[in-house]
Design a protein around this ligand. Structure first.
Ligand code: IP8
Length: 259
């Protein structure tokens, strides 16, 4: 198999985070078009929860695990809503000519204390071998210690990138990349390269309702991939052309994560 590309579509890109269950169809159409135009293959897509995942997960305190039986319908609802979002993304991708097949995270991953402990990748790998594009997502999943929890799409994207020896991992978010402070002006500055020690400005959309840690969680995960030699980028998925630039190895506005 040729060098693998993994693209994580942030929840703040594929949904409007402030409005419950609001799918950004127009954005997903454009991103699918850029994917198609790039001819990149093999390709894995991972997406986040946005307004389909985080509010319901927070309402039922799914991340902390099973404490009371009345959380169970909330767990099931989170899984259902993520399937709904996954289905919509897969549908749009196919409309635009990307041969995508959905594998929601809850169907593949079991965690232990929130970290991936096992992955059933048989069908997922068959999908790649058939030159199709598997689309998975952050999800409510079963957990060996807590019964259930929330697994972020970021952790999944890094796990798959490392396990399948991806060449590139691109995180699409709703800002231009990673920002730090300029202490002199107190202004935020986009950093072209993040090495793990810079002081960050948390800017990714929403923030508080994000049950999986927002930009800081993302960067912790991303560094683990970069440390294994994978090219890792954080770029704005809401600006047309940035994804296509990265996929075409063209210079673009983004942050490269490198240890
Ligand atoms: O948005 C979390 O995935 P993320 C998914 O990638 C849920 O952190 C269900 C909240």
């Amino acid at each position: 198999m040729d060098a693998m590309t993994v693209v994580k579509l942030g929840g703040s890109v594929v949904t409007e985070k402030s409005k419950p269950l609001s799918f950004r169809r127009d954005v997903v159409v454009r991103l699918a078009r850029e994917l198609k135009q790039s001819h990149v293959s093999p390709l894995i897509l991972v997406h986040g929860g946005g307004s389909f995942g985080h509010p319901v997960a927070q309402e039922h305190r799914i991340k902390g695990g099973l404490e009371r039986a009345d959380q169970i319908p909330g767990f099931a609802r989170t899984v259902l809503q993520m399937r709904d979002l996954n289905g919509r993304i897969v549908e749009v991708a196919n409309e635009l000519g990307v041969r995508a097949v959905g594998f929601p995270g809850s169907t593949m991953f079991v965690t232990e204390k929130g970290r991936i402990a096992s992955a059933s990748l048989d069908a997922f790998l068959s999908c790649l071998e058939a030159r199709m594009t598997p689309v998975t997502c952050g999800d409510a999943v079963f957990d060996r210690a807590k019964t259930f929890t929330i697994l972020s799409g970021d952790q999944i994207a890094v796990y798959l990138s490392i396990r399948l020896k991806a060449q590139r991992l691109i995180f699409l978010v709703d800002v231009d990349g990673v920002y730090t402070f300029n202490p002199a002006t107190q202004e935020r500055v986009l950093i072209p390269a993040y090495h793990g020690s810079e002081r960050l400005v948390p800017l990714e959309g929403g923030g508080q309702e994000d049950v999986t840690g927002g930009i800081v969680g993302k960067l912790d995960e991303a560094l683990a991939a970069a440390e294994r030699g994978i090219e890792v980028y954080v770029a704005n998925g809401l600006v047309p052309g940035r994804l296509l630039d990265l996929l075409s190895s063209r210079k673009t506005i983004c942050t490269r994560i490198s240890p």
